[in-house]
Ligand binder design. Structure first.
Ligand code: ATP
Ligand code: MG
Length: 792
């Protein structure tokens, strides 16, 4: 009898075929819970065990940070004893950040470039508008922001945009602002989310040596949730796979793409995701094999039946049906509630009763369509002493007071970070007025200094406050020397006086901000642990060649993974998140809350997207339902507090699309208002006469990124940015240089790292540094005079 292979044991034949498929481009097209992610991780483990790939030859990409962490954990479990260190597993943004940090100079960036989140991006847009003399009445800053992001997601620089864009009123103005925005970002060394992707795509496109290095390094590229890739992400993947320069594959490229996806779960069309990428992938990369998986291993019968029926209402589908042999399970419980608060109480009570019957808190997930809904649920859970954790949503590192602390940390890392300077200089208030800052800016410009650098040049009364601030930051830097990251955060909290400031505020205004500040220390500790960094390591010392200091890595992560403060990740807590953030995850018990017409489906999709918008919302509902393994609750409220007033709600049309046999309607608890009683019960009864009552205008955007910062009402140009980057298409970013006999393109051999190619040369004389891409050891930065490099 042959022994069963532990990596493929228990897989069905289609799954096994996918895991062990020969090295070709493959598409796995299958519904929710059919094992796509499991197949993808098993394939990685299998490739490595079979010697078909080295860990450093694996690049695996997915959509959320939580999903990418879970992916890495699954891989580690499947190949005990094998290190996953050399693998690149992460989100598109995370991987692009990594690429740009290694090749900052070639990409025209400072190595310590700062990533800005959406709220910061909006302030930058406002500054650009101010400087250009364009007011809100001409074009909304948010419209400019989304225009810029959309252009970048389509891979278009301002210089490449042709003709008017029909989606944006005032397209010509938007374009002009886009151009100015690009300039400012380059000058200030800041990079927004879309820029991460675009810039690393351009780097790969233009720099042949770097492209070829990665083409050869990543023998296997694996993509989860492929249906949600946008045009640029798809092109980025194609480039890495050797198809980036035209229809013909680049000579020598021998890697393959393994993509898994589900067209029914495409939920990012509003951000430019393109399901058509699946077809293009098959056509352009000559995919000969599409593997379909049809058995669902996640959910019980009623849950799956509801999901199948609901998604069956969509017309644009590739078409597939899922089955399960897990039995019918319990019916889906539908609970009408008189108000949003009552809904929250119901959820909390069900969780508490499940917990008292032996379930862990972490078995429960509460999902909502829009971030604003979390507040009511949070307050009931908090009052009931039920531990919970929010993923995504009102993101931890995006909270204004948390960003204040990060601004100090950014200044400690890089005193010439002007954005951080402007944020920190008056938080807490130091009486530095706008006039003084304007003067400071003038001085800085004249002397070609950063704002911090110009502080010592200032004269007069106002100058002493500025100098005090400068000394404070420098004092923190000195105090932090040799100290760990967690110590550094503590030092910042104390010396900046932010801690005391927020404690006072909490006392006066009953907020709980100081707690969040202490949480940053925990977040830093959790980060060190997850990144496998010695908790005592010097916060400001780079950890080795091509590695960032713990502080820089932490700061990059804080922006990229804004919602995912890792502290307490293992704690037993109820999980709260938007439906978008739940993609790819699964939980024993799921509550889908706010099932009201215009909330879910959301009014913005219905208004702007018409039928296509409704179909996208339906896919989102399909994603939500299929997260549940054993029990599913659908809840809605007759009245909900929205935009400051109570609004009458109608139950979601999605409830009508689920066959009654899967549902079990609960009665509202006794003592509710008559209106709610009459309205809520009876399975799918809709009050047609009342119409879509109660909607006064548009709901707050579900993408609202929270509080904004004041932007300063004058324009300024910080220094220090690399201006060699001109965004033009044809000029290669890498300029070949010959110094001390070294030049880019030179083939070399190193006693330890083996064969490689020089990709850049900098410095001169004894201090000449060469960056070499080694076939087996990745990219290294070496001091030419010391490294035993041999030309070959
Ligand atoms: P989604 O579309 O939601 O991302 P998916 O297709 O990626 O879902 P997975 O998350 O990989 O599905 O798998 C769903 C669940 O089914 C997981 O708990 C997984 O471990 C389990 N599973 C997958 N295949 C099998 C199998 N052959 N036997 C038992 N359990 C399986
Ligand atoms: Mg999955």
């Amino acid at each position: 009898m042959t022994q069963e292979d532990p990596l493929t044991a228990g897989l069905n034949p289609q799954q096994r075929e996918a895991v062990t498929f020969p090295d070709q481009n493959v598409l796995v097209l299958a519904g929710a819970g059919s094992g796509k992610t499991r197949v993808l991780t098993s394939r990685i483990a299998w490739l490595i065990r079979e010697g078909r790939a080295r860990p450093s030859g694996i690049l695996a990409v997915t959509f959320t940070n939580k999903a990418s962490r879970e992916m890495l954990e699954r891989i580690e479990r499947q190949m005990p004893g094998v290190s996953t260190r050399g693998m690149w597993v992460g989100t598109f943004h995370g991987l692009c950040n990594r690429l740009l940090r290694v090749h900052a100079a070639e990409a025209g960036l400072q190595p310590s470039f700062q990533i800005i989140d959406q709220a910061d991006q909006l302030s930058v847009v406002k500054r650009v508008m101010k400087a250009a003399g364009v007011g809100k009445e001409t074009i909304e800053p948010r419209a400019v922001q989304s225009y810029i992001s959309r252009m970048k997601e389509e891979g278009l620089r301002a210089s490449e945009v042709k003709g008017p864009d029909m989606h944006t009123a005032n397209a010509a103005v938007a374009l002009q602002l886009y151009r100015a925005y690009e300039r400012l970002c380059v000058e200030e060394g800041i990079v927004d989310f879309a820029e991460l992707l675009l810039r690393s795509y351009e780097l790969l496109q233009r720099n042949e040596l770097i492209r070829r290095h990665y083409e050869q390094r990543f023998s296997h590229i694996l993509v989860d949730e492929f249906q949600d890739t946008n045009v640029l992400q798809y092109r980025w993947l194609k480039t890495l796979a050797g198809y980036g320069r035209g229809p013909e594959r680049e000579e020598g490229a021998a890697n393959t793409i393994f993509a898994v996806g589900d067209d029914d779960q495409s939920i990012y069309a509003f951000r430019g995701a393109n399901v058509g990428n699946m077809d293009d992938f098959r056509r352009e990369l000559g995919v000969r094999k599409v593997i379909r998986l049809e058995q669902n291993y996640r959910s019980t019968g009623h849950i799956l039946g509801a999901a199948n029926a609901l998604i069956g209402c969509n017309t644009k589908r590739l078409g597939k049906n899922l089955w399960t042999d897990a039995g019918e399970g319990s019916r889906i419980q539908v609970m009408p509630c008189p108000s949003g608060e009552a809904e929250a109480r119901f959820v909390a009570e069900e969780i508490e009763s499940g917990h008292s019957r032996g379930r862990s808190y972490r078995d429960f997930a509460v999902l909502y369509r829009s971030n604003a809904q979390s507040r009511a649920i949070e307050s009931v859970l908090m009052a009931g002493g039920i531990p919970y954790r929010i993923y995504g949503g009102h993101r931890f590192f995006e909270r204004a007071h948390v960003k204040d602390v990060l601004a100090y940390l950014r200044l400690v890392e890089n005193p010439s970070d002007n954005t951080a300077f402007l944020r920190a200089v008056n938080t807490p208030a130091r009486g530095v007025g706008a006039k003084t800052l304007e003067k400071l800016d003038e001085t800085a410009r004249a002397a070609d200094l950063s704002l911090m650098g110009a502080v010592s040049e200032m004269k007069g009364a106002a100058a002493s406050k500025l100098r005090g601030f400068g000394e404070l930051v420098m004092g923190i830097r000195r105090a932090a020397s040799g100290r760990s990251l967690t110590d550094l955060v503590r030092i910042v909290l104390e010396r900046s006086t932010l801690k005391g400031y927020y404690e006072d505020l909490d006392r006066r205004e009953k907020t709980a901000k100081a707690e969040d500040l202490s949480e940053i220390v925990n977040a830093a500790a959790a980060f060190l642990k997850s990144a496998d960094i010695d908790p005592e390591a010097d916060a400001m010392e780079p950890r080795g060649e091509d590695e960032l200091s713990p502080l820089s890595s932490f700061l990059a992560l804080a922006t990229l993974e804004a919602g995912d403060n890792q502290a307490g990740a293992e704690a037993d807590a109820v999980q709260l998140m938007t439906v978008h953030a739940a993609k790819g995850l699964e939980f024993p018990v799921v509550f889908i809350t706010g099932l009201e017409e215009n909330l879910f489906p959301h009014v913005s999709s219905l208004r702007e997207g018409g039928q296509a918008g409704r179909e996208e919302e339906r896919r989102l509902m399909y994603v939500a339902i299929t997260r549940a393994k054993r029990e599913l609750y659908l809840t809605y409220a007759a009245r909900r507090f929205i935009n400051g007033t109570y609004q009458n709600e109608q139950q979601s049309s999605f409830l009508d699309e689920i066959p009654r046999e899967h549902l079990s309607w609960r009665r509202s608890p006794a003592g509710l208002s008559e209106e709610a009683e009459a309205w809520g019960e009876g399975g799918g009864r809709r009050n047609a006469a009342s119409g879509r009552g109660g909607w006064s205008g548009r709901r707050g955007s579900d993408e609202d990124s929270g509080q904004e910062r004041t932007s300063y009402g004058y324009s300024w140009r910080p220094r220090g940015a690399d201006s060699s980057y001109n965004g033009s298409k044809s000029e290669p970013l890498l300029k070949k240089r010959t110094e001390a006999g070294w030049s880019a393109g030179q083939h070399v051999r190193h006693p330890k790292f083996g064969k490689g190619v020089v990709i850049s040369v900098s410095g001169s004389g004894d201090l000449t540094k060469v960056q070499v891409a080694f076939a087996g050891a990745g990219v290294k930065q070496l001091l030419a005079s010391m490294a035993k490099l041999e030309k070959i």
